[in-house]
Write a protein that binds this ligand. Sequence first.
Ligand SMILES: Nc1ncnc2c1ncn2[C@@H]1O[C@H](COP(=O)(O)OP(=O)(O)OP(=O)(O)O)[C@@H](O)[C@H]1O
Ligand SMILES: [Mg+2]
Length: 304
Amino acid sequence: MNSDDVMVKIGSLTKSFGHIKALDNMNLDIKKGELLGIIGPNGAGKTTAIRIICCILQPNSGEVMVGGYSIYNDQIKIKSMIGYLPEEPNLYERFKARNLLKYFGELYGVPKNQLDGRIDELLELVGMSERAEDRINTFSKGLRQRIGIARALIHDPELIIFDEPTMGLDPATSRTVRNFIKELKGDKTVILCTHYMDEADLLCDRVAILNQGRIRDIGTPKTLKEQVHGDIILKVKVHQPQKIDTNRITALNSVEALNLEGNQFLISLNTREDISTIIDVFGSQAYSVNTKEPTLDDVFIQSV
Ligand SMILES: Nc1ncnc2c1ncn2[C@@H]1O[C@H](COP(=O)(O)OP(=O)(O)OP(=O)(O)O)[C@@H](O)[C@H]1O
Ligand SMILES: [Mg+2]
């Protein structure tokens, strides 16, 4: 990757908390304009890595460069480039929504003549225009999350980092939040930590799998799913399983395994090339046929 195309460069990053190694020689390049997902089990090191990128936490060793600036020398510059939505946004409870955004806008040096317009635009974006004059402590979890997102975007940062943005939100609010994130795509560089594999699949250009402080795998959702063993499962329900000549199926090149559960055959395939041949073998015995493609859940379970 050309260094001009890299927004975040993480090299040999290590961080311990006492005897716990949260990050263990982590390496990762995040491209400008990409939406990168980080997935991994609880305690994998996701939040630790993010906090180091945001200059909130110092590593033990290794380097992180953000837009060409080092976390050791250019913390103020880096902080001004990043919008961060923490796992649990700590919002000033007694502020009214608009005043909170004003406070952070001034803190980040948003020009005074642009600030009010920017706040209106963001409140609109997160669907909170009607609640602008209400205090944060009167908001539900989802409404706080929306204000947290607006706060992260107030200074129009180049790099936006969301740490589990839809955790604990209802399906409709989750969809709204995912739509905001989708709209940022291309224009901004986005890092998204999530436990929701469908969210990662839907939104991310690439997904990195972090486990025990190291990147174990990285790729587009499509390439990661293609690596899962037994790529495709063909499910065929038949009237009389004993009438099927299964040897004709298991002899085919693409067939990795064949199992029978009740009156349903489950056939693992590594390519789609023999599907029509297989269906011919079942002939009129088959009354239901469908395929299951691997999901990022399968990738996650296989990798960690
Ligand atoms: N301030 C801290 N003090 C001590 N240990 C910590 C601290 N922060 C993180 N850890 C430990 O470091 C490891 C990585 O934690 P981290 O919060 O980065 O994980 P995560 O991948 O974000 O997990 P989750 O999915 O649960 O949010 C864990 O074992 C955690 O307990
Ligand atoms: Mg975390």
